[in-house]
Design a binder for this molecule. Sequence first.
Ligand code: SAM
Length: 239
Amino acid sequence: ATNYSFMTINIQPIGKIHTPYKEKFAIPRQPGLAKSAEGKIIFFEEFNDPNYLRGIEQFSHLWLLFHFHQTAEKGHSPLVRPPRLGGNQKLGVFATRSPFRPNGIGMSVVEFVAVSYQNKQLSLTVKGIDLLDATPILDIKPYVPYVDSLPLASGGMAQHSPELMAVTFTEQANRQLNQLEQRYPALASLIREVLSQDPRPAYHQDAHPSKTYGMTLFDLNIQWQVIKRQNIVLTIHSN
Ligand code: SAM
């Protein structure tokens, strides 16, 4: 009989996803929290055939299975500190959605947007992603509501979506947004959605009241401050 505990499985990514999130900091913790975040999956040569996606447009949502490639080499331990619990309580890794896990496999429900096959390159655009740019995609499956949606299920520490913070833009930031609108039509919504999740590490929340924070979306550096539990976007600059 095969000894499965010694079995290694080789997985070949089917493609990679291009997203506005160029660094881990400020990426929402789950899909759907920033609905404007669009990603485009580019299929690798062996899977670059529209037949692989035939019929997919009849589903409004899809499951993406992917590899947490950026943190993969950091390995894993049995216990993690979920940010949901303020970072000071430990849970078993299999009781969380932490990226630091055996095999580093992630799963996200995303919204289907479009399939394209231009210049003989197959791509699939999706929305509401929580994935870093260049994340390897391992598999795609349709989201099937009658099986995948369980309204009575208990969500433990993550029973409800996190409370949202208000986001406002300074005049300067609004001017910069206007200039960038043509190039990034959904930028204002994306910044709003991302900052309303309060990306600051839990231990910062009261410790550094007037600190200026920065994040990268696309090729833009966005700076903001938190004043009286409100995010104030200060500047939006091209890197
Ligand atoms: N929805 C997925 C799941 O439940 O498996 C991911 C949840 S995980 C908590 C989401 C976080 O993973 C993001 O906020 C980001 O910090 C991190 N992340 C996203 N893509 C990643 C990648 N390719 N490598 C490492 N970390 C990544």
